[in-house]
Write a protein that binds this ligand. Structure first.
Ligand code: ES4
Ligand code: ZN
Length: 324
């Protein structure tokens, strides 16, 4: 099964580059930048990666990225991920990053973007994958701060395919960002939002109807809302599922409970992704393998998931056709 998964050309549509920060690289960059980290060893860091819920994880995730300061740091972070992605036979990656998690601690946006773009250019010159960048607004911050971020992104808008919405979901519904997303849409950006990871199906509905997103990240809570499931299928909306993330954050008790199989059966365009691979125990092919084992997915389903990853991407149609 693993051989089949490894051999499948795939795209990853839900990857937070800051969540690919492996502890070994974190220590190296911390030493180089003379930034203290509250752990004595790589083993201690990994031992801290036990999360009861999304917020437990986010607290550690924002702490980890604190050592990132220079363009070189971002280039190395993304370079390490893209080398792993190439080994997993990923041909295309739509890479989330959190501008406010860096600018909020004094790292200029250009430092982050220059470093990520340098890594993307190196990947393009060494066999791929291709990279589209997607900055995300932090939903625990205000809409005014999201609009300020959009202003900061504007002069370099050509480097981004779209915008997203992430961080703490409960209490921060998509409707909170209606104006920011309307403006992003006017700027020509594709739109995605995390919805239904811990939040109710009403948040998925808001993301679709109020934000008018092109894609839903996670979307788990659609299971159980028959009308919503029907609409997601009929409209061909892509849901970027992250099986090991759901498991590690307690959204599901076991991978057998993952919504992926049920969504495939209902004709929903669902994809399999790693979310934050350094924190959740695996990259894309690890997610495919663990899920396939738990839900007895065969070659047909795995092929459908791989095809969905290109169909649901923001690649132009002719590029999609080349991959599918
Ligand atoms: C995230 Cl798993 C998850 N959920 C929401 N926001 C995030 N940012 C990084 N990983
Ligand atoms: Zn995510």
């Amino acid at each position: 099964m693993r051989d089949l998964i490894d051999a499948l050309p795939k795209a990853e549509l839900h990857l937070h580059i800051e969540g690919s920060f492996e502890p070994e690289l974190m220590f190296e960059i911390a030493r180089r930048n003379r930034v203290a980290i509250p752990f004595a060893s790589v083993e201690e860091v990994r031992a801290a990666y036990r999360f009861g819920n999304l917020q437990d994880f986010l607290d550690i995730y924002y702490q980890g990225m604190n050592v990132l300061r220079e363009p070189e740091d971002y280039r190395e972070l993304a370079g390490a991920y893209l080398a792993r992605a190439r080994a997993d036979n990923l041909r295309h990656v739509e890479m989330f990053f959190d501008p406010q998690a860096h600018t909020g601690r004094g790292v200029p946006l250009a430092v982050v973007v220059d470093g990520l773009r340098a890594a993307a250019a190196e990947a393009a010159a060494s066999g791929g994958p291709s990279v589209y960048l997607i900055p995300c607004f932090l939903r625990h911050l205000s809409e005014a701060e999201a609009l300020e971020t959009l202003d900061a992104l504007d002069p370099m808008a050509g480097h981004f395919v779209g915008v997203g919405l992430d961080s703490s979901e409960r209490g921060h519904p998509p409707s909170k960002f209606a104006r920011a997303f309307a403006r992003a849409r006017e700027m020509g950006f594709k739109l995605c939002a995390h919805a239904g990871e811990e939040g109710p199906p009403a948040y998925i509905r808001e993301a679709l109807d109020i934000l008018k997103v092109d894609r839903i990240d996670h979307g788990n809570s659609a299971i159980g809302d028959e009308r919503l499931l029907g609409e997601l299928a009929a409209r061909g909306i892509t849901l970027t599922n992250c099986p090991l993330s759901n498991l590690r954050l307690g959204g599901i008790a076991s991978l057998a409970e993952s919504p992926v199989q049920a969504m495939l059966e209902r004709g929903i365009r669902v994809t399999v992704n790693s979310d934050d691979p350094a924190y959740f125990g695996g990259y894309v092919n690890d997610n495919f393998e663990a899920l396939a084992g738990a839900q007895s997915l065969g070659a047909t389903e795995l092929g459908d998931l791989a095809r969905n990853s290109f169909a649901g991407s923001f690649l132009p149609d002719d590029e999609k056709a080349r991959h599918i």
